[in-house]
Ligand binder design. Structure first.
Ligand code: UDP
Length: 239
C-alpha cells in the first residue's frame, strides 16, 4: 500500500441517477461494476466505507406527487427504490470480492438487516462496506440528508458526494462555460449563495455538527481514491 489514506472512515453518497448510466431509468450493471472497483480501491488501502445510494433512477417522491400521487406514498416508493439500488450495489461489490452489508432504515426482514448504528460500526471496523438504504426512513427527506445523518452517526471523517461535475461552481458549468469552480467553501457560503449542492436540511445538519463534505466527479476515474489520499479533488465544504 504505497498510498496512505488521509481519511480512515468515509461516508460516500452516490445519486441514483448515476446508476442508470446513459439511460433515464433503471440500473446499468457496467456502472455499478466500475463503482465497485473504485470502492474496492479505498477498501484496499484500509479505508472504511459507508455508502448511501439515492433512488432517483427509479422513483422520486416529489416527481410522483407532481404527477398526482400522494406525497408520502411517493416518498415510500422512493425509499424502497434506494433498497433496490443497494441490493444491486451489494451484488456488484460481492462479485468483486468486496465484503458488504446492506442495512435498511425500514425493517425488511429476510431481505436486508434493519439499521442499527452499533452493528454498522462493528461491520465497518471489520472492513465490510456498509450500504445504508431506505434513506432516513422518513418521508420529506432526501438521501443527501440520509448521507449526512449516517456520516455523523458513524463518526465518519468526511461525507463524500459524487456528482456529475468535479465540484461546486458559481453557476451551472454545463450551461455557462465561464463558470468558476470553488476549491473550498464554508457552510454559510453554500447557504447564503444558495449554491444548491445539497438540500438545506442536509447542509444545516453538517454545519451543526461540523462534518466536512467533499464534492467530486463520479465519472472521473481515480478521483475518489485521489480525494481519499488527500489531493485537492473537487470542492471541500467545511467551516
Ligand atoms: N426519500 C425519502 N426519505 C429519505 C430519503 C429518500 O422519502 O430519507 C425518498 C424521496 O422520495 C426521494 C427518493 O426517496 O425522492 C429517492 O431519493 P433521492 O431523491 O434523494 O435520490 P437521488 O436524487 O440521490 O438519486
Amino acid at each position: 500500500n504505497e498510498r496512505r489514506a488521509k481519511y480512515k472512515r468515509v461516508l460516500l453518497k452516490l445519486s441514483g441517477e448515476a446508476l442508470s448510466g446513459d439511460q433515464d431509468f433503471g440500473i446499468d450493471p457496467k456502472v455499478l461494476d466500475r463503482m465497485a472497483l473504485e470502492i474496492g480501491q479505498l477498501v484496499g488501502i484500509g479505508v472504511q466505507v459507508g455508502l448511501v445510494i439515492g433512488g432517483g433512477n427509479l422513483f422520486r417522491g416529489a416527481a410522483l406527487h407532481a404527477a398526482g400521487m400522494e406525497r408520502v406514498t411517493g416518498d415510500h416508493m422512493g425509499m424502497l427504490a434506494t433498497v433496490m439500488n443497494a441490493l444491486a450495489m451489494r451484488d456488484s461489490l460481492e462479485r468483486s470480492n468486496i465484503r458488504s452489508r446492506v442495512m435498511s432504515a425500514i425493517p425488511m426482514s429476510g431481505v436486508v438487516e434493519h439499521y442499527d448504528r452499533r452493528t454498522a460500526i462493528r461491520y465497518l471496523t471489520g472492513g465490510d462496506v456498509v450500504i445504508f438504504s431506505a434513506g432516513t426512513g422518513n418521508p420529506f427527506f432526501t438521501t443527501d440528508s440520509a448521507a449526512c445523518l449516517r456520516g455523523i452517526e458513524i463518526d465518519a471523517d468526511v461525507v463524500v458526494k459524487a456528482t456529475k461535475v468535479d465540484g461546486v461552481y458559481d453557476k451551472d458549468p454545463v450551461k455557462h462555460p465561464d463558470a468558476v469552480r470553488y476549491e473550498r467553501l464554508s457552510y454559510d457560503q453554500v447557504l447564503d449563495q444558495k449554491l444548491g449542492v445539497m438540500d438545506l436540511t442536509a447542509i444545516c445538519l453538517v454545519r451543526d455538527h461540523e462534518m466536512p463534505v467533499r464534492v467530486f466527479d463520479t465519472n472521473k476515474p481515480g478521483a475518489l481514491l485521489n480525494l481519499v489520499v488527500g489531493s485537492d479533488e473537487g470542492t471541500l465544504i467545511d467551516k
